[in-house]
Design a protein around this ligand. Structure first.
Ligand code: NAD
Ligand code: GLY
Length: 404
């Protein structure tokens, strides 16, 4: 299989994203700087240490002066001030200097916390992203957002700091759980929904192959997603405007994640799947988008096996419409006290809107949560597609309190 290259063209901070199978074995070919004589530091997590060791061996064989490795305990809680201190102290103890290279091997969690450390240690050291989840390959490793969570919320402390390269080896996805893969799929679908109707059509045809890890399908989807993200980031690196469309469905999703108390049960991509349906519902209620488009999206997500309504994940939530409204009021996109949403005129045609009547937002939340009476959602979509099989499946996942 060929290696596909997508370039992020930011003046003075341009870099390439390499996409292909087995790339870790050729890691050194993709490092833009000379490895010989350099100190290299790998940050990974306990679930993917094997991949990190593979990279370490190649770095050593390439003549690096030293190559150290630290493995964090896997999970969202790794994005913490405690770990920033731990990693920074470790880097200093191991002799980091400004010409060193830091490598993040893992999912979005490792990438975010490592990127943040790289941006602050010695006021900035070069780093490379080696994403090993689908979500990280199509989203978090690209575009330079780094960050950690605080007691007050997710991703509240961070920086924009672009990596020197991204090496997305799709072979690593073979060991990812199906559930994590599907969560990443929600972010892949997002690119079709926000700006590329043809890609959405392709996913309708090929989404199941992708989820079965057909390499050609995965490589294509990762490349299209990376290109889409590259274009948005090039136009608006620091999210002054257009970049916000990458948060399609995320205002709702973040509220659901908060309502699930970040206890590890609800995955980000699962919340995004539900949030994207809510964003469509809101757009339908505002007369922007045809109901048929929303139905098509929900049908596709259900076919892939993702949840599409808050009622499906009810056992994980302690919430109400009022509580979700309150959480959404604290979203990073709130400006001058107004909630902003990414809405859509139809599949592939999204934009940012800050004039959204509260009554519509409340109605969307209420419907997704299962209607006023706590039974099935009231809209026609629920009647035709409120998929009892998928709902039952997800309810049992959350009742068993596992994150697989
Ligand atoms: P993650 O990093 O927690 O990875 C999910 C799980 O899969 C972890 O247990 C991990 O150890 C394991 N794993 C990773 N790769 C594996 C592999 N190849 N085989 C087996 N197991 C593997 O989660 P994620 O979904 O990759 O990332 C979520 C994080 O990304 C969140 O913190 C989110 O805020 C962040 N994020 C950041 C951006 C950004 O632009 N920086 C964008 C989207 C999401
Ligand atoms: N994941 C949203 C962004 O990178 O802007």
């Amino acid at each position: 299989m060929d290696t596909n290259i997508v370039t992020i063209d930011l003046v003075g901070r341009e870099y390439d994203i390499y996409i292909g199978s087995g790339l870790l074995y050729r890691f050194a070919d993709f490092v833009p700087e000379e490895l010989e004589g350099r100190n290299v530091y790998i940050v990974t997590d306990t679930n993917v240490e094997t991949y990190a060791e593979r990279v370490r061996k190649i770095i050593k064989d390439s003549g690096a002066a030293r190559c150290e490795l630290i493995a964090l305990r896997a999970g969202e809680q790794a994005k913490s001030f405690t770990n920033v201190e731990k990693i920074s102290d470790w880097l200093v103890d191991k002799g980091i200097s400004r010409d060193s290279i830091i490598v993040a091997v893992g999912g979005g969690v490792v990438g975010d916390v490592t990127g943040f450390c790289a941006s602050t240690i010695l006021r900035g050291v070069s780093y490379i992203q080696v994403p090993t989840t689908l979500l990280a390959q199509v989203d978090s490793s690209v575009g330079g957002k780094t960050g950690i969570n605080t007691r007050k919320g997710k991703n509240l402390v961070g920086s924009f700091y672009q990596p020197a390269a991204v090496i997305a080896d799709i072979e690593t996805l073979q060991t990812l759980s199906k559930r994590e893969l599907l969560a990443g799929y929600a972010e892949v679908l997002k690119y079709g929904l926000i700006r590329d109707a043809a890609f959405f059509n392709w996913l309708e045809e090929n989404g199941e192959d992708l989820c079965d890890l057909n390499e050609v399908a995965v490589a294509h989807a990762v490349e299209v997603s990376a290109k889409a993200k590259a274009e948005v980031v090039q136009a608006d690196e620091k999210e002054q405007g257009q970049r916000a469309i990458l948060n399609f469905g995320h205002t709702f999703a973040h509220a659901l994640e908060a309502a699930a108390n970040y206890d590890g049960r609800l995955l980000h991509g699962e919340a995004v799947a539900i949030g994207m349906v809510m964003a469509f519902d809101l757009s339908v209620r505002m007369g922007l988008c045809e109901r048929e488009d929303m139905e098509r999206v929900e049908r596709h997500l259900n076919k892939i096996g993702l949840p599409t309504r808050a009622s499906y994940i009810q056992p994980a939530l302690t919430t109400s419409v009022d509580k979700l409204m309150e959480i959404m009021g604290r979203d990073k996109k709130v400006e001058k006290g107004k909630m902003r949403f990414i809405l859509t005129n139809g599949i592939g045609d999204s934009y940012m809107e800050d004039n959204v009547p509260e009554k519509h937002v409340r109605a969307v939340l209420e419907d997704s949560l299962g209607g006023k009476d706590g039974r099935s959602a009231s809209g026609s979509v629920a009647k035709s597609f409120g998929n009892s099989k998928v709902r039952g499946l997800w309810r049992s996942v959350f009742s068993s309190h596992s994150s697989q």
